[in-house]
Design a protein around this ligand. Structure first.
Ligand code: FPP
Length: 250
């Protein structure tokens, strides 16, 4: 699988809409990419990191201000321990090797997800990367790691329930804007576009709250084959979409 065919709903929009500010990506197909080459799955993930580097660079160049990527879901704990270890090692390597360059390039790194179950060394790495890059403004890179969309809604509910119990919040003050701020991904605007590679047609528990009105794009290529051109094609297809947010549109 290598052909790029971004799905589109309507190419008949007279004026192109603005490019997406926030793109979220489900980086799927690393295992199948590796299998097709007779390689271990871990090598597919390693190649996936190269595709991630390309996506970050291309996003920055194309004026995307927020990029969210799904690197390890709370459901991924069900994979064999060797694969879990490989994914954790890739996060370590990515942060250690790329932090200085990303910082220099104005990238703010945010690792979004649950801290529960993560080892101390991973937690310090996450804290270091987020602290060092917190004032950067060119591109926010949200790496969803130990992330689940339902989990982030539950965590926000628990936080609000605690505030209600402590008398700091009244239940009728809770509204959508408050929940949007409290979810792990709440420092970024809602994603405009969610891309999933590998041809699977699911959200798999990714950005369930903030992605409520995102345009979805399913691309027939495995994540390690994702290039700058893939991102350009996705953005181009997005700009032809008619977004109505429940209204009647243009
Ligand atoms: C899904 O492909 C991909 C993942 C579960 C992991 C994605 C991770 C990376 C691209 C690299 C990690 C990056 C960092 C910074 C930690 P799959 O394994 O489910 O592929 P398959 O569906 O073909 O088996």
């Amino acid at each position: 699988m290598s052909e790029l065919q971004p799905s589109s709903n309507n190419a008949d929009v007279a004026t192109l809409r603005s490019p997406p500010r926030h793109i979220a990506i489900i980086m799927d197909g690393n295992g199948r990419w590796a299998k097709a080459r007779g390689l271990p799955r871990a090598l597919g993930h390693k190649e996936g990191v190269e595709a991630l580097r390309r996506a970050v660079e291309a996003s920055r160049d194309l004026g995307v201000t927020h990029l969210s990527v799904y690197a390890f879901s709370t459901e991924n704990w069900n994979r064999p321990q060797t694969e879990i270890d490989a994914l954790f090692d890739l996060l370590r390597v990515f942060v250690r090797r790329d932090l200085a360059r990303l910082h220099k390039d104005g990238v703010r790194i945010r690792i979004i997800g649950s801290r529960i179950g993560l080892s101390d060394d991973i937690l310090s790495l996450i804290d270091e990367a987020m602290a060092k890059t917190k004032d950067n403004t060119r591109l926010t890179l949200n790496i969803a790691f130990n992330y689940g969309g339902r989990g982030e809604i539950v965590a926000a509910m628990q936080q609000m329930a605690r505030a209600v119990e402590a008398g700091q919040l009244k239940s009728d003050q809770i509204d959508e804007a408050m929940v949007s701020r409290m979810v792990w991904s709440g420092e970024s605007p809602d994603p405009d576009l969610v891309i999933r590679t590998s041809g699977e047609l699911r959200l798999s528990n990714f950005l369930l709250w903030s992605g409520a009105y995102a345009e979805l794009m399913f691309m027939d290529l495995w994540w390690p084959d994702f290039t700058r051109e893939s991102l350009e094609k996705a953005i181009d297809a997005y700009r032809r979409r008619d977004r109505r947010f429940g209204g009647l549109g243009a």
